[in-house]
Each structure stands twice: as structure tokens, then as C-alpha cells.
Write a protein that binds this ligand. Structure first.
Ligand code: HPA
Length: 268
């Protein structure tokens, strides 16, 4: 841990980002917007995961985004890779260790709302942990009993809403339901998810939100809708579709994020 923190601090050469972004499937293009970018392969950082998922580049990139210091992870480890919900814990601990206090998560997701079409962006207001996995299994301290009532930080959400209004960008809001993956859901599971109050489904993000709250980070998260969920159209789902469709919503999300950072809307 200390070795990774020291290594990263040295590489950052004085840059001290307080906000980190984790980029989801097909959303890595955001790193091209970073000025004075320092790229570090996550494999060079002790404890960081090696994401084996295509569409996830696996670098840590730090620099300035819309004038603000940031660090981005293009690629994350998923629960479905090894059945380890805590796979992102060392990476998040290192980010907290270099002074990061806010985490913005992005993911690709399937929509349960026929009016929230592929290319849409949904600000996550809350989640349902349907996988049953938890990154804090085995954590011995009482700190494991993390409150999740305001897991998605109200002030950060307000910043995203304000940016969407100011840039005239449609931003949906809703509940994200975490399925373990890697197989997609069945149509029956999607009908169940809708009955339980979900608006979008996906295979990531929830473990990182739990870990981030455990570490005291403030969190915001956005889903980029790549498809209508299983059974809602006549066609089968695929990871190819996720990768090709993600940049559509990614472009919208970029507009919102640029405004959030450019206008310093997250500043306390
Ligand atoms: N289900 C789960 N994960 C996803 C989906 C989906 O429909 N689309 C993109 N990621």
C-alpha cells in the first residue's frame, strides 16, 4: 500500500488531485481530454487490479481536466472476473492515500425504461445490491457497518444536475441494480428488477461505492445506457453492443463533466 502511494506521489510530481474518476466500458475516451497527462499502467502499481475485460484500458491517468487536477482509472476490476467484490479495495485505498476525497464512477448499463434509450445518461440516485456480494466481507473492524443512506452524495448530484441544465443536456436519474454478471440478465430477471424499483441494470460500480463510503470518500455515479435491458427488444444483448454504444452516451456525459469541473461545481 505505502509503496503504491509513494510511487504514485512521485509520478504525479506535485499534482494533488482530490477527485478521481473510474471509467466504465467504452468510456475510456474521456482520458483524451486530460491535459499534461501522466499515464501509469495499473499493472505498475502494486495492488492495482489488471482488468482483463476488453474495452477497459487499464491505465491510471492523471493531469488536468477542464482546468482541475484529476486522476482517472480507465478500467476497473469486476466482481465477475474472480468473484472478488473487494478487488478494487487496494486501488481505492491508494487513491484515498494520495488525498482523493471524491470519487466519480461511470458505467455502461441496460435501461429498464423504454423512454431512456441507448445514448442516454442516468445519474444514479441509489442502488440495489442484487448480487449479494459485498467488498466488506471479512473486514474485521466495526467500520464495516457502513451507512448507505446518502451513498450518492446530494451535493455532488446537485452539481451534475446543475451542469446538465446549464449545458442543455438530458440527464435521467434513477436506481441502479447490481447483477453479478458476466452473463446478461434474463427477461424474467428484468421484469423482477423493474418490480423492485430499478431503472437500470449493470455489473459494476456498487462494490466501489461501498468501498468508497467505507473509506470516507464522497461519491457520484453515472450510467451510460448502451441498450434496453433483456427482453425489451427482439435482439440478444452482447458486450460488442456495450462497447459500440457506450461512446454515444459518453459524449453527453463528457459535456456534463466538463461543465462540472470547468465551473468548479464540486468545490466546497
Ligand atoms: N445488463 C448488465 N450490464 C450491462 C447491460 C445490461 O443490459 N448493458 C451494459 N452493461
Amino acid at each position: 500500500m505505502k509503496a503504491a502511494i509513494d510511487h504514485l506521489v512521485e509520478k504525479l510530481d506535485g499534482l494533488a488531485p482530490t477527485t478521481a474518476l473510474i471509467l466504465g466500458s467504452g468510456l475510456g475516451g474521456l482520458v483524451d481530454e486530460i491535459d499534461d497527462a501522466v499515464h501509469i499502467p495499473q499493472s505498475k502499481l502494486p495492488g492495482f487490479p489488471h482488468s482483463g475485460v476488453s474495452g477497459h484500458a487499464g491505465d491510471l491517468i492523471a493531469g488536468h481536466f477542464a482546468g482541475q487536477p484529476v486522476v482517472m482509472l480507465s478500467g476497473r476490476a469486476h466482481y465477475y472476473e474472480k468473484g472478488d467484490a473487494a478487488a478494487m479495495r487496494p486501488a481505492l485505498e491508494v487513491l484515498a492515500g494520495i488525498g482523493v476525497t471524491r470519487l466519480i464512477l461511470t458505467n455502461a448499463a441496460g435501461s429498464l425504461d423504454p423512454a431512456m434509450l441507448p445514448g442516454s445518461v442516468m445519474l444514479i440516485t441509489d442502488h440495489i445490491n442484487f448480487s449479494g456480494g459485498n467488498p466488506l466481507f471479512g473486514e474485521p473492524s466495526d467500520r464495516r457497518f457502513v451507512g448507505m443512506t446518502e451513498a450518492y452524495d446530494p451535493a455532488m448530484r446537485a452539481a451534475f444536475e446543475a451542469a446538465a441544465v446549464a449545458t442543455d443536456t438530458t440527464l435521467h436519474q434513477g436506481v441502479y441494480m447490481w447483477f453479478s454478471g458476466p452473463s446478461f440478465e434474463t427477461p424474467a430477471e428484468i421484469r423482477m428488477a423493474r418490480m423492485l424499483g430499478a431503472d437500470a441494470v449493470g455489473m459494476s460500480t456498487v462494490p466501489e461505492v461501498i468501498l468508497a463510503r467505507f473509506l470516507g470518500l464522497r461519491v457520484a455515479a453515472c450510467s451510460v445506457i448502451t441498450n434496453l435491458a433483456a427482453g425489451m427488444t427482439g435482439t440478444e444483448l452482447s458486450h460488442e453492443e456495450t462497447k459500440t454504444m457506450a461512446p454515444l452516451g459518453g459524449a453527453r456525459l463528457k459535456v456534463i463533466l466538463k461543465h462540472v469541473f470547468g465551473e468548479g461545481l464540486l468545490d466546497d
